[in-house]
Design a protein around this ligand. Structure first.
Ligand SMILES: [Zn+2]
Ligand SMILES: [Zn+2]
Length: 228
C-alpha cells in the first residue's frame, strides 16, 4: 500500500514524488534498479503533504538518496508526527499514531527546501508548485508545463465507480477545499494524476475530476433549492 512516483528526465536525473507507506522502500529500490539508476540519481524528494501514507518513508528515502526533502513549511508538524489535529480530524492523528506504532514508519524529518505556491522547480523538465490547501494546510500539487500534467496529491481520489474528495476525518481545513478545486480547474491541465488512483491514465483522471466537480456543483445547487 502506498502512493509515490519516480520521475526520470532525459538526463537520467530523477525525483521521488512522495514516499509511500508499508513495503514502498523495497518497491522504490527495485524500480530505481530496473531503470538502471543509482540512488544518488534522485536529486530531490518532493512531498505533496505530510500524511503518513505519503511521507512515512521520507527518513529512509533521505538517507538512501542523500536528496533534500522539498515540502510546504506548513507540513513540518506532520513530518514531526506532532500536528495538532482538532475535531473530527483527530481520527487522522489516531490512525497515524497507530500506523507509526504498527509499521515502524514516520520517523521525524526536517524539510530542507520550503516550497511556496508558484515556485518553479528544475526537475523533470520543470515542475511548478501549486498550493492546494484543505486536505492539509500545506498540501501541494506539482504541475508539469511540458506534459500539461498536474500531480494533484490528495485533492481527490480516483477509482472506478468511486471518485471522491478525501473523507472528512482526513481533512484539516475543509473550508479551503472548494477554492483549491477551483484553482485546479482553472489551471486546466490536460492530464491529472492523483496519488490515490486505480489506473495510471492522466486523461481518465482529468475526465473524472470534471465529473466530480459537476457532481459537487449539482449537490450544492440541490442543497440551495432545499434551503429556499
Ligand atoms: Zn492525505
Ligand atoms: Zn493519501
Amino acid at each position: 500500500m502506498g502512493c509515490c512516483f519516480v520521475l526520470v528526465d532525459e538526463n537520467r536525473e530523477a525525483v521521488l514524488l512522495d514516499t509511500g507507506l508499508v513495503g514502498e522502500p523495497r518497491f522504490i529500490r527495485r524500480l530505481v534498479a530496473r531503470l538502471g539508476l543509482e540512488p544518488r540519481a534522485i536529486k530531490a524528494i518532493l512531498l505533496t503533504h505530510g500524511h503518513l501514507d505519503h511521507a512515512g518513508n521520507v527518513a529512509w528515502a533521505k538517507a538512501w538518496t542523500g536528496a533534500p526533502v522539498h515540502a510546504h513549511p506548513l507540513e513540518q508538524a506532520h513530518l514531526n508526527g506532532a500536528y495538532p489535529y482538532t475535531g473530527i480530524n483527530r481520527w487522522c492523528g489516531r490512525l497515524e499514531r497507530a500506523g507509526r506504532r504498527v509499521f515502524g514508519v514516520g520517523a521525524p524529518v526536517g524539510i530542507d527546501v520550503a516550497l511556496a505556491d508558484g515556485q518553479e522547480l528544475p526537475f523533470w523538465g520543470g515542475l511548478r508548485v501549486v498550493h492546494l490547501p484543505g486536505h492539509t494546510l500545506g498540501h501541494c500539487g506539482f504541475y508539469s508545463d511540458r506534459h500539461d500534467l498536474l500531480f494533484s496529491g490528495d485533492l481527490f481520489a480516483s477509482y472506478f465507480f468511486n471518485v471522491h474528495l478525501p473523507p472528512p476525518i482526513l481533512n484539516s481545513a475543509p473550508h479551503l477545499i472548494p477554492a483549491s478545486l477551483e484553482k485546479a480547474r482553472r489551471l486546466n491541465p490536460r492530464l491529472i494524476v492523483p496519488q490515490h488512483y486505480d489506473l495510471l491514465d492522466g486523461g481518465l483522471h482529468r475526465r473524472r475530476f470534471d465529473g466530480l466537480l459537476h457532481k459537487l456543483a449539482e449537490r450544492a445547487r440541490r442543497r440551495g433549492r432545499v434551503v429556499i
